[in-house]
Design a protein around this ligand. Structure first.
Ligand code: C2E
Ligand code: MG
Ligand code: MG
Length: 616
């Protein structure tokens, strides 16, 4: 009975062979019975049945598969275990004595496979055969890949379902082999990282998921600068070692949920799902750059590795994986050609790529080559007229275009990795100037503007510390002007960094106050000593009552919080007088002086004899 139902193309090979052997023996037996006559025939019949059972039992017992035979008592799930073979216990870890009832309840599986078991149950309920694969969990917790078949056995004459046979096979090894193959197909052999096929697949899924959840994702392309030279000069073994180390450094710079892939010879990519916003993507790019600041050591030789990074964001820069990769590539080339470290894709850089590139390239040169300089604009105490502070404002002295104002190149620096070198340069010039004025006997404090991006990087405290030390400048002579917009993303991070700088004794000033939105909420938490009322309010305040009201309210608010107030953009005597009337602490603007080159400012300070500036 069993043989006729159980054997077909889905029956495991070993069992099939065992059954075929049986069939041969049985037909020989049948032939013997047929040959004998009368009572001898009956005896021979009984012998046949017993022999039959013995052979079957031995075949079942020795089969490599796990076999369980159950009697179907009435309803489909009233199953009574008649028999389990040794294989069953070996594969499932369930001792023969405990293998009772329904195998679907007996065998526990991984949660994700519960549906397979439900399906099996449904099919069995309908009296249908079922075959499927699950990961079963043995009583000891060990996992086993299980191929299962449940085969109904029916009475030959009535067609009634009488038994179920469960055939189980341990396919862990086969599955491991398949997984190894799959891994091989989707990973890079050298670094063990995902390859482009796998990344592409994840990118596609990320795009779908992000669109559904309204999230921002980023793809980051990382390319080595001049890697070919390394290979050509030192050979592939060195190149390979460097690539392996690169994979480790990149992976160490991102979250576990990000995918780092090697997508070309010296090209890596990182997929950042749910990155939140562009700032976070940029921060990760900077982290990767930092990871390559230390040379790579191969057999005691040190190699300086430079990378260029391009970032494209979903959905801003593309709606599918292909477009995103292309644009991250464009951004990467922009970063590479400008030696900017990283760049975020922008339509302008794409459309005017050559122009944009040229300017980024020039800016890089300007920073290194001394084309950046600072002009200084004095701030005076409104009551006494005393000038003890200046604000440093950067200028780019372009060989052909002349003096370029900051608004024309700071945004470019912010979109590329040039913010750090630029900030470093500006702070260095300012500290050197501060030292020089002190040596001249004019101790004056300098306020330096910080770009929004600078505050999102972690290099600032260390940089400031080293520059103060280098130029032997007391920290209270340095003031940093920050804007509210730098607080918009990740305020906690920014605030904690500002606190670090403030704790060093450096003063902080909140610039352009009133133009942001979050001012009041953050003002109390910010470790700023001074608030600068934006010139847009100051400009009209003598003619526009509501502007005057805003200025008055800001002064009161700042004073209540124990902060000093500076009004910027004062262009005439009336405004100056009005602000002094309102109790504003300091004033700055064309009325007092335009920003001046350092030598001219020194003259200005001498001629106005400091304390007498505009003191009505
Ligand atoms: P800010 O920090 O608010 O600087 C004040 C701006 O107002 C300066 O323009 C200054 O020249 C201008 N200004 C001063 N007095 C008057 C006045 O009486 N009337 C008018 N209409 N304007 C006046 P500038 O130098 O073009 O700088 C513009 C912005 O560029 C600055 O705004 C600051 O945000 C940024 N910036 C300047 N230097 C640097 C720097 O070294 N680093 C960074 N990251 N940003 C800088
Ligand atoms: Mg400023
Ligand atoms: Mg300002």
């Amino acid at each position: 009975m069993i043989k006729e139902r159980a054997i077909d193309e889905e029956t495991p090979e070993a069992l099939r062979r065992a059954i075929e052997r049986l069939e041969r023996e049985v037909s020989q037996l049948r032939a013997r019975v047929a040959a004998s006559g009368g009572a001898g025939r009956e005896v021979a019949g009984r012998q046949l049945a017993q022999e039959w059972l013995r052979i079957i039992a031995s075949a079942l017992e020795n089969a490599g598969e796990g076999i369980m035979i159950m009697a179907a008592a009435g309803r489909p799930f009233r199953l009574r275990t008649l028999y389990v073979n040794e294989g069953f216990s070996r594969i499932t870890g369930i001792p023969a004595g405990e293998a009772e009832g329904n195998p679907l309840k007996l065998i526990s599986v991984r949660p994700e496979d519960r549906e397979v078991m439900l399906l099996a149950r449904r099919r069995m309920g309908e009296g249908l055969r079922f075959a499927g694969e699950v990961t079963a969990i043995r009583p000891g917790g060990q996992e086993v890949a299980l191929e299962m078949q449940f085969v109904p056995v029916r009475d030959e004459t009535t067609g009634r379902l009488t038994h179920w046979v469960a055939i189980l096979r341990d396919v862990s090894e086969r599955r491991a082999q398949m997984e190894a193959l799959r891994h091989q197909a989707l990973h890079d052999a050298l670094t063990g990282l995902p390859n482009w096929s796998l990344l592409e697949d994840r990118l596609r899924q990320t795009v779908l998921g992000s669109a559904r959840r309204d999230e921002v994702a980023a793809i980051v392309m990382i390319d080595f600068d001049h890697f070919k030279d390394v290979n050509d000069t030192y050979g592939y073994a060195v190149g390979d070692a460097i690539l392996r180390e690169a994979g480790i450094r990149i992976s160490g710079s991102v979250r576990a949920t990000d995918t780092v892939a090697r997508v070309g010879g010296d090209e890596f990519a990182v997929l950042l799902p749910a990155v939140g916003n562009r700032d976070v993507a940029e921060r990760i790019a900077r982290k990767v750059l930092t990871a390559f600041e230390q040379p790579v050591d191969v057999d005691g030789h040190k190699f300086d590795i430079a990378v260029s990074i391009g970032i494209a964001l979903f959905p801003a820069h593309g709606s599918d994986g292909d477009a995103l990769r292309r644009r991250a590539d464009i951004a990467m080339y922009v970063a590479k050609e400008a030696q900017a470290g990283y760049a975020v894709y922008s339509e302008t850089s794409d459309r005017h790529r050559s122009g944009y590139l040229a300017v980024a390239h020039e800016l890089r040169r300007a920073i290194d080559g001394g084309e950046l300089l600072l002009h200084y604009q004095p701030k005076a105490h409104l009551r006494s007229g005393l000038v003890t502070r200046v604000e440093a404002l950067v200028r780019w002295h372009h060989p052909e275009r002349g003096m370029v104002p900051p608004m024309q190149f700071i945004p470019l620096a912010e979109r590329t990795g040039l913010v750090k070198p630029m900030t470093t340069k500006i702070l260095d010039i300012a500290m050197a100037q501060c030292r020089a004025w002190q040596a001249e006997g004019t101790p004056i404090s300098i306020a330096v503007n910080l770009s929004t991006r600078t505050l999102q990087e972690s290099f600032l405290p260390e940089l400031i510390e080293s520059l103060l030390d280098r130029w032997k400048v007391e920290p209270q002579f340095l003031k940093l002007e920050i804007t509210e917009s730098s607080m918009m993303s990740e305020p906690d991070r920014v605030i904690s960094m500002l606190e670090k700088v403030h704790a060093m004794g450096v003063h902080l000033s909140l610039d352009d106050f009133g133009t942001g939105f979050s001012s009041l909420a953050y003002l109390r938490r910010l470790p700023v000593d001074e608030i600068k009322i934006d010139k847009s309010f100051v400009k009209e305040m003598t003619r526009n009552a509501s502007d005057a009201e805003i200025v008055r309210a800001t002064i009161d608010l700042a004073h209540n919080l124990g902060r000093q107030v500076v009004a910027e953009g004062i262009e005439d005597a009336d405004t100056w007088a009005m602000l002094r009337e309102l109790g504003c602490d300091l004033g700055q603007g064309y009325f007092l002086s335009k920003p001046l080159p350092s030598a001219e400012l020194s003259d200005w300070l001498r001629t106005t004899r400091m304390g007498l500036a505009r003191n009505g």
